[in-house]
Design a protein around this ligand. Structure first.
Ligand code: SF4
Ligand code: SF4
Ligand code: SF4
Ligand code: FES
Length: 984
């Protein structure tokens, strides 16, 4: 298709809808204020007017048409652009020199310059509203708000929290939270999308205010005085010279503000962003180019960095002496570690020592940790916390399709016609993935089925919410598989071509009739049938699951049942399909990928494969142990049995995140020698003999691997705090004290070694990962990666997938007369896990200060409980005391307890039962007795928590309502405007 723009002839693609992109391609420029590439056309600002065949149109929202002749500079277009922008300036006071947003990227500033505006025709007028400072992380200044609506579009259609709107019909429109609440009391989840996309200073991170500029920390009165001076000179000098002054000030900022790319330290979504810093002060987190997240983050990634400069960071090694810790130098502490490990190894053998790697640390650190265990100590006793969550999903996928990772990318979840979520509180645990599903569901007709015990946000949005009895997902999944096969609704062509084991699998499904499934799960036969038909009718289905599935005694089998169902419906090998076990920690995928497992070296290469061992022995120049080591569950048992004497643990709060915490703590007390490496004095440090201060993600280089198998680089944002060291350096130094000769000077050298020994990562190197570039494993030697797995074959020798029969046994730790309530547990949006990092961000603490137990309205009435009532929960393994929160998110005799507590951790209540295949604790199978205590306190969730808000869903900014205002006319008085708008 040929289009002419300002006399330049251009090829346009038929699907190239945005004229603005074409114009940019010519190297020309047309002003655009409300348009944002990741939001699409918002159409509120009218500054992008261009002339086509004598008519004015909005360039941002118009599709190119064959033969179109476009002028961006005609008199008519230029006049319309200036007129539109003049209206914008009437809503915004230009005081750039003393504005914290004067950083070269302010759209209002840059458009003033682009259009060479010297004077405003319409004077600035204030709006009759106060600045809203009620959110701890950002503030809204209505007087600076140009009503572009980007924030509304982002909140309604990208984040899909549906908090923001603009009251277009009001004489003085503004952005509204929940239709008119303060921000602090609204449904705003502080994800920061709106702040990120705001083109000016109307929405700003509080950490920027008074910090970014040279003059912006002045007192308000002095600042107002300066603004007046600036405004005073404008009639004489025009904006040109004022902008020059502000640009000089911006140039000075360039020397002291650093912008460094990193990857989020919290969950497995893998959001990446620039961190803006001034010395050690974090000015803001700016997501823009992240391959997984674009402009998206959740509250933790955007604002949860209080731990970095927290005063209680560990800054010196500690050594226990006479029952107390004393400070020590690095040399002394590492010398002691080496001496004790050497002695214990000499006395009790290498297998009396064990290593726990961290899923918060980098791939390179995880690799070094297992190398330390295997090559230096000589044991395969090494594991990481994926055992607590993801191992069963990995097994389910290994059994059926061959690779133990998500079969596609987040973009595939967006493309699916049907998303089924099983046992995942996606909106809180993987918030940015949830935004993609919520958006496709809201805007593109994607269907959503959610199976969970709790009516979480995704369940409330779902087309169908299933609430099966606890621990019965395997049953309804298998019943659907049987029903589809029996009814001829399975994908036989796909099965014939790509799948082995159908007959045996079909036989294994015999017990799973609809009647039996209804009896065991409590779902009706009709409901199961409806789900089956929705699945059969969907052209592309993705199944997402998480700890609600994997932390059960049959987590591996249920994960297998999910993959079986995907296979019989042909939902692999194509975009928009596949299996997505959502990984919890930022690098829990990478920790296992890089060999911190008792049976696998990096890239899932088995320790008992002589060929594999030979390769590593040659590379590492040592003899390696050949039999599988202890996993973390077995390590605890081995300590109790007196077989395991010493442990070196990095960055894991194992004493409270492992199940049956009292039992784990009692084990740690029995260790002869215990080294804990962390950034804070965690609960686990209490049991240590030596504590080593590591460094958080912002203080080191390396790579993380997210849930979609995406390897991304993090760059060092800050120098390690005085006294701390990046964890890879500490492990290197420990190894060298133990007699190794490791010379790594930079994590890139470690990655080069990994690539040389690991076929799955053969093509990974730091150059290929530079900046925002990423690779999704497996990565061939030439750098080719696989965002979507199995496009040509499954990862088995014959290229075919395998149906793997499983059968339901039923959960452990069942309720009885004494322990009569089922206790479920999981994450909260605001806190990560036990909250060791997130409680150190003041705003998060303010909004979500404490743990609680959710009690259903029915149970609350029966037991006389209200929100704030103190209760004691007693299980067969321990007890905790905490406040109740009455909510209809839970039903009947089912309770829910989030994990965000060190003082009353849920794992005092959980058992030592495990999934026998992986030894993953059955965290979700816990029965408790509830005692109502006499004290009644305040509700554990304060009124300012977003859960009390009332969202106002609408389809984006609804600009049509603006156009209907009696005082609105398109620029040029509507003269010739053609509304050719096309929306997403
Ligand atoms: S939820 Fe809050 S922070 Fe997130 S986009 Fe909406 S208003 Fe902004
Ligand atoms: S607050 Fe919203 S409407 Fe106002 S300028 Fe910022 S993005 Fe635009
Ligand atoms: S916690 Fe997860 S969703 Fe939130 S910003 Fe970090 S990676 Fe993204
Ligand atoms: S950029 Fe705002 S209407 Fe086109």
């Amino acid at each position: 298709m040929k289009v002419e723009i300002d006399g330049i002839s251009l090829e346009a693609q038929p699907d190239e809808l945005l004229l603005i992109d074409l114009i940019n391609r010519t190297g020309g420029s047309v002003p655009h204020v409300c348009y944002h590439p990741q939001l699409g056309p918002v159409q509120t600002c009218d500054t992008c007017m261009v002339e086509v065949n004598g008519h004015l149109i909005r360039a941002c929202a118009t599709a190119a048409v064959e033969g179109m002749i476009v002028s961006t500079k005609s008199t008519k277009a230029a006049a319309a652009q200036v007129e539109a922008f003049d209206r914008i300036l009437s809503n915004h006071m230009l005081y750039c020199t003393v504005c914290d947003n004067n950083n070269g990227n302010c759209t209002v500033h840059n458009t003033t310059k682009l259009l060479a505006i010297e004077h405003q025709q319409i004077p600035f007028r204030t709006k009759p509203y106060e600045v809203d400072n009620t959110n701890p992380f950002y503030r809204y200044d209505p007087d600076q708000c140009i009503l572009c609506g980007r924030c509304v579009e982002a909140c309604q259609n990208v984040e899909v929290n549906e908090t923001l709107s603009i009251n277009w019909e009001d004489p003085n429109p503004r952005v509204l939270w929940d239709g008119g609440s303060t921000i602090g009391e609204s449904s705003c989840v502080s994800c920061g999308h709106c702040v990120t996309v705001c083109p000016c200073n109307a929405l700003m991170e509080k950490t920027m205010l008074g910090h970014a500029g040279f003059l912006t920390s002045l007192k308000k009165s002095a600042l107002s005085g300066m603004i007046e001076v600036v405004k005073g000179v404008e009639p004489e000098t025009g904006y040109g010279s004022i902008l020059q002054v502000s640009e000089a000030e911006h140039a000075m900022r360039e020397h002291r503000i650093r912008r460094t790319k990193t990857v989020c330290t919290y969950c497995g979504v893998g959001c990446s962003f620039d961190v803006w810093t001034k010395d050690r002060h974090i000015l803001k987190v700016a997501p823009e180019h992240g391959p997984a997240n674009g402009i998206s983050t959740c509250v933790k990634g955007k604002f949860g960095w209080g731990h970095i400069n927290s005063e209680d960071r560990l800054t010196t090694p500690l050594i226990r002496e006479n029952g107390k810790f004393r400070q020590a130098g690095w040399d002394e502490a590492l010398g002691l570690v080496a001496r004790k490990l050497t002695d214990i190894k000499a006395k009790d053998g290498p297998d009396s020592v064990a290593f726990i790697s961290s899923s918060k640390c980098t791939n390179e650190e995880s690799y070094l940790m297992q190398k330390l265990a295997r090559a230096v100590i000589g044991t395969n006793n090494v594991d990481n916390c994926s055992r607590y969550c993801q191992s069963p999903a990995t097994v389910g996928l290994f059994r059926t399709v061959g690779y133990g990772g998500d079969s596609g990318s987040i973009s595939d979840m967006e493309k699916a016609d049907l998303v089924v979520i099983v046992g995942s509180n996606t909106a809180e645990s993987h918030p940015v993935i949830a935004t993609r599903v919520k958006s496709s569901h809201k805007l593109d007709g994607q269907k959503l089925i959610v199976s969970d015990l709790r009516e979480n946000e995704m369940a409330r949005r779902a087309d169908l919410f299933l609430h099966p009895k606890p621990g019965t997902d395997l049953v309804w999944l298998s019943a659907i598989s049987r029903y589809l096969l029996d009814s001829g609704l399975a994908h036989t062509k796909f099965l014939d071509q790509w799948v082995n084991g159908l007959e045996e699998y079909r036989k294994s499904l015999e017990p799973y009739t609809l009647e039996a499934a209804a009896r065991l799960t409590g779902l009706s036969e009709q409901t199961i049938r409806t789900v089956a038909h929705m699945i059969a009718e969907a052209k592309r289905m993705c199944i997402l699951w998480a700890m609600g599935v994997t932390q059960q005694s049959q987590g591996s089998d249920t994960s297998t049942a999910i993959s079986n169902l995907l296979l019989i419906t042909g939902n692999y090998m194509r975009p928009g399909t596949g299996a997505y076990p959502l990984r919890g920690h930022n690098n829990v995928q990478g920790a296992s990928d890089h060999g911190s497992m008792p049976n696998m070296l990096s890239g899932y290469q088995s320790v008992d494969d002589p060929e594999v061992r030979r390769r590593f022995e040659t590379g590492w120049k040592v003899k390696l142990p050949s039999s599988k080591g202890l996993d973390n569950h077995e390590m605890v048992e081995a300590i109790h049995e007196g077989k395991l004497k010493a442990m070196y643990l990095i960055g894991e709060e194992m004493s409270i995140v492992d199940s049956n915490a009292n039992y784990v703590g009692a084990a740690f007390e029995k260790l002869d020698f215990f080294v804990v490496q962390d950034i804070f004095f965690s609960n686990t440090c209490r049991y240590a003999d030596v504590v080593l201060p590591g460094a958080p993600s912002l203080e080191k280089e390396g790579t993380f691997t997210s849930t979609e198998r995406r390897i991304q680089r993090l760059y060092q944002v800050l120098e390690p705090l005085q006294g701390c060291k990046p964890d890879w350096l500490i492990i290197r130094d420990v190894a060298n004290k133990l007699g190794a000769d490791w010379n790594y000077q930079h994590p890139s050298e470690i990655m080069d070694e990994i690539a040389s020994l690991t076929p799955m990562f053969a093509g990974v190197n730091y150059d290929r990962l530079a900046g925002y570039k990423s690779l999704q494993w497996p990565v061939a030697a030439d750098g080719t990666d696989e965002p979507l797995l199995y496009t040509k074959r499954f990862a088995f020798p014959d290229g075919k997938a395998r149906l793997f029969p499983v059968s339901w046994i039923g959960p452990t730790d069942q309720p009885n007369a004494e322990f009569d309530l089922h206790l479920n547990n999981g994450r909260l949006l605001e806190h990560f896990h036990e909250g060791n990092l997130t409680y150190r961000t003041e705003g998060i603490r303010e909004k979500t200060p404490d743990v609680f137990v959710e009690v259903s309205p029915e149970l609350a009435e029966e037991r006389g409980i209200q929100s704030g009532t103190w209760v004691q929960l007693i299980s067969r393994y321990g007890k905790v005391r905490l406040r109740a929160l009455v909510t209809d998110r839970v039903q009947g005799k089912e309770l829910y307890m989030p994990m965000n507590s060190v003082e009353s951790p849920v794992n005092r209540l959980t058992s030592s039962h495990t999934d026998p295949v992986t030894n993953t604790p059955a965290y979700k199978e816990t029965s408790v007795h509830l005692n109502v205590l006499p004290e009644v306190g305040e509700s554990p969730l304060p009124r300012i928590n977003s859960r009390f808000g009332h969202p106002t869903p609408q389809n984006g900014v609804e600009v049509e309502r603006k156009w209907k205002r009696p005082d609105y006319a398109p620029p040029g008085n509507g003269n010739g405007l053609v509304q050719l708008q096309t929306k997403k």
